[in-house]
Design a protein around this ligand. Sequence first.
Ligand code: ARG
Length: 463
Amino acid sequence: MSDLPTKQKLWGGRFTGKTDPLMHEFNQSLRYDRRMHAADIAGSIAYAKSLEGVGILTADERKQIVDGLTAVGKEWEHGTFEVQPDDEDIHTANERRLTELIGHLGGKLHTGRSRNDQVATDMRLWLLGEVRAVEAGLKALMRVMVERADKEKDILMPGYTHLQRAQPIRWSHLLLSHAFSFRADLERLQQLIPRISVLSLGSGALAGNPFAVDREFLARELGFDSVAENSLYGVSDRDFIVEFMMWASLAMTHLSRMAEDFIIYSTAEFGFISLSDAYSTGSSMMPQKKNPDSLELLRGKSGRVFGDMAGFLMTYKGLPSTYNKDLQEDKEALFDSVDTISASLQIAEGVIATMEVNGDKMRAALTMDVLATDLADYLVRKGIPFRETHHISGRAVALAEARKCQINELSLDDFRQLHGKFDEDVMQVFDFEASVERRQAIGGPSRKMVDRQIAVLRSVIAN
Ligand code: ARG
């Protein structure tokens, strides 16, 4: 074992001087890239098989290497892997340990391979696994929203524009509006998969693999959809990481906007919802307070994820072709994005599953003026152009305001003064439920259309 390079860096051959200790720290990524240990082992096992396929390894050698790698993988799983001071990253750590376990045969594994194609492969494999988990988290959140919307269809509330009371809607309609943003996120996430699922392995350091390994075999072994057709691209491309972080930035933006609605609704002034204790915290000074910290963190962390994306894109944009060490900076940004979006989806799910919805308060916030458009529409149904009816309804609102009453408290005479087409049935306009039910076009808040939305989302979640 004396010829084994266990006490030197794996790339140590041409170096005579020692690495500055701070440089060593600066350079090492094992602290965070260790979480890709399983992907790294899987990639190496597949690669060993491909080396057997081209006669670089015998069947017996391949078996020893695969067994050794499996043993290294177990050490990571069981938390018994002992990191050595010179382990620079997950790739060098695993290879060092393999060589300790099976001797200098371990040194054959890296034939024709570089950490450049290895790291890109690991990142893609790792991210594919995470995307599946994020997808499940997104669906779980949507499921809670849809079930809640289904149960609470009877609750009416004012819908807002410019944060001003605008028109009556169902509470479910509002909740589902956010669920539809998540549906688009789900579609976008699924559309990323083919661009993540590209095999980099077999690109070598940059100029391809000199031993003609079967890259289609490698893709099949590792479950990739396609093979990078250009080796320079294979080691250089990190678009899949940028794209995931862009995706996460937008999904976090949706969580943030929903959180903002609920923060407003949870104020005493609105009182529409009340967060469960599990997702609120108290004030260290003011005993009466219950703060919506969960929602504020969802809103706040959207900035953080956007920062991960913007920071790495800044690193990425000026790089010359192929691998440059700057690319190591992709990891902490991606890991943080994945961790943050995953936790945020779970928190949002918990908040929505447990919050109390105060239907009476929502209902009480409905004032008759939100039916002013319905009043205009009443005259439209009697053949008068909307531009005129809008004006007439406006005058009714102004009259009620001057009299300090609600518009439904105006008399039929008052209405007739405003326009001769007003009839007794005008009083039927002043019914919030009827207003909502009139909105029967696809996308509206009527019961039928809310049910339709629920059905659409259920089928998306089921797929
Ligand atoms: N730890 C490196 C990274 O994360 C692995 C690739 C290193 N390649 C190299 N040529 N130094 O990017």
